[in-house]
Design a protein around this ligand. Structure first.
Ligand SMILES: *[C@@H]1O[C@H](CO)[C@@H](O)[C@H](O)[C@H]1NC(C)=O
Ligand SMILES: *[C@@H]1O[C@H](CO)[C@@H](O)[C@H](O)[C@H]1NC(C)=O
Ligand SMILES: *[C@@H]1O[C@H](CO)[C@@H](O)[C@H](O)[C@H]1NC(C)=O
Length: 454
């Protein structure tokens, strides 16, 4: 099949309707790589000279580095895991608030659910660099890969050869009593000592976990950029959802994360519109293009420093601002690469749903097959374009972020859902982030967005 040129989607920014080719909302059979047809992309998004730019791909579909034989879970399954992740993020933050009031013990869950992580990057670990394909996760801090010895009973089959510390000239295990090991304990990722070597443990919200020796080695991100003595977990036992990934790259805000271990204190990524395209991950503030970002303040939770939060203040549909007072969004929202569907306070969600249904009234509605999404359409008879109303999220300081059609509709359903209650924290999920370069400028205390970036 010939890939559809998504140029149309870009030209429609700011108009009340974004005509989306049905096929542009779905994956093609072939991987088309980076969307070099976007005029902005050529000059800005692929800074081939940049030292820290690396391709990012969906774990499934034509661009996936994993073999296509991986069984594809049903949408219902994926959205069920999405709910687990959203709940664990909310509990993590809520538990913190409660703990500060002194009436609840701090949540023991240290990472979010793994089951929804969808995007992978390929890095090199050790000397000589061994190729490792890992999930990217803004919802956790510790990076880990499976390491030898990795008994079949406690390790999962993975894409690349299991990392062998004995073969790396730059590998070292972190010693008990060292500053790095004490820091790990302080961050609640410690798991005691074994033969004087520091052990780590990360438990994820879906009861996945990984444990092994906390280690340091050279991490090569691109041919010209490497981090020496990068600290990561050498996993000897990872109990996970069945998976092919070699490990995980933690991009959270905690002190164990990749971002905190480099001097740059900023990273950005662009998630592609469908699994038929590639996106990218970069470290550092993209200087050349920084004026193209709209920015909003970044918030951090005082106890769980993993999460990055933003303050939503309004939503527009087809160019009209919904009648929702900004106070509805007071609980703030976590920017997350791992949650799929954006979670809004129920009042905001209901207003969005009503406006969206009104704009889509020419398409027959159908019952949803999932428990999360409740606004679905029968688009199977549509020839040519689907007229999707434009949707923009308006963040604090007037940062208005126009969503790509691929970030509004998923499986012919409105890709938003309500949170458990108006008091609970929202989540900006990865569907809504598609085609945007999302910049986490931790040093500058800001989150930036740049449209049409991949
Ligand atoms: C968060 O805490 C509030 C108040 O303690 C509680 O009412 C609410 O149900 C909690 N939300 C979640 C998702 O746990
Ligand atoms: C890790 O997960 C496995 C399988 O779910 C479980 O048996 C084990 O007790 C867990 N380990 C920890 C330390 O939570
Ligand atoms: C969707 O529309 C097509 C034709 O327009 C029709 O054949 C089909 O039965 C409809 N499906 C549902 C679930 O309503």
């Amino acid at each position: 099949m010939i890939p559809v040129l998504p140029l149309l989607l870009v030209l429609c920014v700011s108009s009340p309707v974004a005509n989306a080719k049905i096929s542009s909302l779905k994956s093609n059979a072939v991987c088309s790589g980076h969307r070099a047809d976007l005029p902005m992309l050529i000059s800005v998004s692929i800074p081939l000279s940049s030292r820290t730019w690396l391709p990012l791909n969906h774990r499934r579909g034509p661009c996936s580095p994993f073999s296509s034989s991986e069984t594809i879970p049903s949408t219902g399954d994926v959205l069920h895991r999405d709910r687990l992740r959203a709940d664990s993020i909310r509990k993590g933050l809520n538990g913190t608030a409660a703990a500060k009031r002194g009436d609840v013990t701090v949540a023991t869950t240290l990472g979010s659910s793994l089951g929804t992580l969808e995007y992978v990057v390929t890095v090199g670990l050790g000397t000589p660099a061994a190729t490792q394909t890992v999930y990217m996760d803004t919802g956790s801090d510790v990076t880990w890969v499976q390491c030898r010895p990795c008994p079949a009973a406690t390790c999962h089959p993975q894409k690349d050869p299991v990392f062998n510390p004995a073969r790396s000239a730059t590998y070292s295990a972190v010693r008990c009593g060292s500053a790095a090991c004490k820091g790990l304990d302080r961050d609640r990722y410690g798991n005691g000592c074994s033969r004087r070597l520091c052990q780590y443990l990360v438990k994820y919200g879906d009861s996945s976990n990984t444990t092994g020796t906390y280690s340091a080695d050279k991490l090569t991100l691109t041919p010209s950029y490497a981090v020496d003595h990068f600290q990561f977990g050498c996993s000897h036992a990872a109990h996970l959802f069945s998976d092919k990934a070699d490990g995980l790259m933690g991009l959270g805000g905690g002190s164990r994360s990749l971002v905190s271990q480099t001097a740059m204190k900023a990273f950005s990524y662009c998630l592609p519109p469908t699994a038929s395209y590639s996106g990218f991950l970069t470290l550092g503030v993209p200087r050349a293009s920084s004026s193209r970002f709209v920015v909003t303040p970044m918030y951090r939770s005082s106890n769980v420093d993993t999460f990055y939060l933003v303050l939503l203040q309004g939503i527009t549909v087809a160019g009209r601002r919904l009648n929702v007072p900004p106070s509805v969004f007071t609980a703030r929202a976590v920017m997350d690469s791992g949650t799929i569907i954006t979670r809004l306070p129920p009042k905001a969600y209901r207003a969005l749903r009503a406006a969206f249904r009104k704009e889509m009234k020419m398409y027959p509605r159908v019952a949803s097959s999932s428990t999360i999404l409740d606004t679905c359409f029968n688009l199977s008879g549509v020839v040519g374009d689907v007229k999707v109303p434009s949707v923009a999220l308006v963040f604090e300081k007037g940062a208005t972020v126009e969503l790509d059609p691929s970030g509004i509709i998923i499986n012919d359903c409105l890709a938003f859902a309500p949170t458990g209650g108006d008091e609970s924290v929202g989540i900006i999920g990865n569907v809504q982030q598609r085609t945007l370069e999302v910049l986490y400028d931790i040093g500058g205390g800001a989150v930036g967005f740049r449209g049409g970036a991949c």
